[in-house]
Design a protein. Structure first.
Length: 413
């Protein structure tokens, strides 16, 4: 039966299909590249973070979506009616990812930037528009029945999808091999691993760090990438997440739980992890403490000031002068609660975002009301800082707040 579809419409449908074939291939390639970068960074830092694990899971999920996108593109390029059902299924999965899976499972641990989120949403709406076009083509009988198609066309479609699936599998597989050679000796046990690990370590929960500290010095221990089996790494990450879920974010010592009775949950899983670590590190090398150790400041300072400066931590040691400069301090290393440290960082990020195009010498995007509100928040944060210093025996350290363009003002809790 001759094809009654006008040539321009035929070309348009096939071009839409070709576009999504290309988009699928590029998505797979981008995912593999991100996976490669994450693995390289983990190898350099010697640590696999929770964000890295979540990003890997996100990439695997998006690779599956890319294969579904590519399948729809192949079927549409061949003008087969099965394309509609693949487009509909992929649109449903896309919506599930965008509005349920990503916000609930991926974004809390690895939040994307606003630009990336906006691009993903725009791509989803474009895909919905393409799905409507495919549905209209199906309704007008512009798509040929899959069952009646010539076997050669079906073979080409199957071969094209198989090629895309193999490309995805090989891309992920090759990335997983990166850095493996450097860890081969440690994994096999044939060669003494060149890891600078303490003779004895303590497994203990904490807001930051790997969960292991040096039994002698109390310093956090860096776990080299690939040193532990992946499943044990994931158990430690999940255990630390459990502690952070149950811990009091307003405790300046970062050791208290909201409900002390929850300590049994941390202790039960922690002891099981300690046994697994002992089997890996060797007997008598791993101790266990169910209660978190107090988190003290890593430096001493004589006076602190809260002030927003472009792309700097918002807490400054103004009692020390080195070559005439004041120095900003990492909010997570001055012995304050997790919530206060995060609130200070969020306040600083809001200040940075007030400059158009990220240019500190450029136009400000704030209204006078927004600038005043930011100043009020800064003053409140400085008072909270003074309060936490007082609660941890550091009430003698003066705390001041400096609004933008104003002189510093001493604050009390």
């Amino acid at each position: 039966m001759p094809d009654s579809l006008p040539l321009p419409a035929d070309v348009a449908l096939r071009l839409v299909g070709a576009f999504y074939i290309l988009a699928a291939a590029l998505t797979i390639r981008a995912g593999a590249t991100n996976l490669l970068l994450n693995r390289a960074v983990s190898a350099i830092s010697g640590k696999v973070s929770k964000e890295d694990l979540v990003e890997r899971q996100r990439i695997v999920f998006l690779t599956g979506m890319a294969l579904l996108t590519g399948a729809g593109g192949i079927l549409l390029a061949a003008r087969l009616d099965l394309a509609l059902w693949v487009f509909l299924a992929n649109a449903a999965v896309y919506a599930l990812y965008l509005f349920v899976v990503a916000p609930r499972f991926f974004d809390p641990s690895d939040e994307p930037d606003e630009k990336g989120r906006r691009q993903t949403r725009n791509a989803f709406f474009v895909y919905l528009a393409a799905t409507v076009i495919v549905a209209a083509a199906w309704w007008s009988s512009a798509l040929r029945p899959f069952a009646d198609e010539h076997p050669a066309v079906l073979v080409v479609c199957v071969a094209a999808f198989a090629g895309m699936a193999i490309y995805a599998w090989r891309s992920i597989r090759l990335v997983r091999g990166v850095g493996a050679a450097a860890l081969a000796g440690a994994a096999s046990g044939a060669v003494e691993p060149e890891h600078d690990l303490p003779e004895r370590v303590v497994l203990t929960p904490s807001w930051q760090g790997s969960g292991l500290v040096d039994a002698g010095s109390g310093a956090s221990v860096r776990i080299p990438a690939g040193f532990l089996p992946p499943e044990l790494e994931e158990r430690i990450v999940a255990w630390l997440d459990l502690f952070r879920e149950l811990a009091d974010p307003d405790d300046p010592t970062r050791r208290k739980l909201r409900d002390p009775a929850d300590l049994v949950k941390i202790e039960a899983e922690g002891r099981a992890i300690r046994e697994a670590l002992s089997a890996h590190f060797g007997p008598d090398r791993v101790a266990f403490e169910a209660e978190a150790r107090p988190c003290a400041g890593v430096t001493e300072f004589s006076a602190m000031q809260v002030a927003a400066t472009f792309e700097s931590d918002p807490v400054w040691d103004v009692g020390v002068r080195v070559r005439g400069y004041e120095y900003s301090c990492s909010t997570h290393h001055i012995g304050i609660s997790w919530r206060l440290a995060e609130d200070l960082l969020a306040w600083a990020r809001d200040y940075d975002a007030s400059f158009a195009d990220g240019d500190p010498g450029g136009r400000r995007t704030w209204s006078p009301e927004e600038a005043a509100e930011h100043d009020r928040r800064g003053l409140a944060l400085a008072r909270r800082l003074a309060g936490e210093f007082a609660a941890t025996g550091r009430g003698d350290i003066p705390v001041s707040y400096q609004a933008e363009g104003a002189e510093p003002v001493r604050v009390d809790a």
